[in-house]
Ligand binder design. Structure first.
Ligand SMILES: [Zn+2]
Length: 233
């Protein structure tokens, strides 16, 4: 199954994506994927380091003739959103994502696929291990916990990177370049509410349980405007 994915072209990308997706990597539980990417860098004989919060940096020297170009930082995030369908039996703590190919799409069996940002990570891995791609000095930056607080990006220490150009490979569109970011804000809201009093039913009254299910899921950022059904509403 994931073996099929490894055969897709470009091979370097899909093969690394399959290897990565075999490693559980929920946000805030990234120990295994950090080790995975550290092992990857060290296996290639590249300068590999981990900072205090768990971000990983792998440096690859410029290919011959590109030494005086500017260093480029390639960034992606290691964590993914672990979600599954209610009917799917799956243990994210121990199992790798089960992928399959359907027509032109790579899909996951009943779980999130981890393409966000696994494809970014796999792309960088492919460049790091390639021997046939010309490039300037590279700094591959793999941050943690993008999905639930960006504590990796926030914990990044000044001076750890030397490149002036940073390409963030975490985006939805492959034919656009984003040159800025308005940032984001997390907030914690607290409130109180009074639960409805318990009501005794009159003799002969009937109780019903209503379920609203089978609605389409979506991404809070990408699909919020589509007017999908909302069970809470
Ligand atoms: Zn992402």
């Amino acid at each position: 199954m994931s073996q099929d994915i490894k055969q897709l072209n470009p091979r370097g990308l899909w093969s690394n994506f399959a290897d990565l997706n075999a490693v559980p990597r929920a946000s805030k539980r990234e120990e295994r994927v950090i080790q995975f990417i550290v092992d990857f860098g060290q296996r290639l004989g590249l300068d590999t380091s981990v900072d205090a919060v768990g971000n990983v940096l792998i440096k690859k020297p410029a290919t011959p003739g590109m030494e005086n170009r500017q260093t480029v930082v390639l960034q992606s995030h290691l964590d993914m959103v672990h979600q599954k369908n209610a009917a799917t039996n799956f243990d994210f703590a121990t199992e790798g994502i089960k992928m399959y190919v359907e027509a032109d799409w790579v899909k996951a069996e009943g779980t999130t696929l981890g393409a966000d940002n696994g494809i970014g990570v796999a792309s960088i891995m492919a460049v790091l291990e390639a021997t046939d791609i010309e490039h300037p000095a590279l700094e591959a930056l793999f941050t943690i916990d993008e999905e639930t607080g960006m504590t990796g990006a926030k914990g990044l220490e000044a001076g750890w990177l030397s490149g002036d150009i940073l390409l963030n490979l975490d985006t939805e569109d492959d034919d656009e370049l984003t040159i800025g970011c308005a940032g984001g804000i997390d907030l914690t809201a607290r409130g109180t509410y009074t639960p409805h009093a318990v009501v005794d039913l009159n003799e002969g009254a009937r109780a019903y349980r209503l379920s609203i299910k089978g609605l389409s899921g979506g991404h809070s950022g990408m699909d919020i405007h589509k007017g999908l059904g909302n069970a809470y509403k």
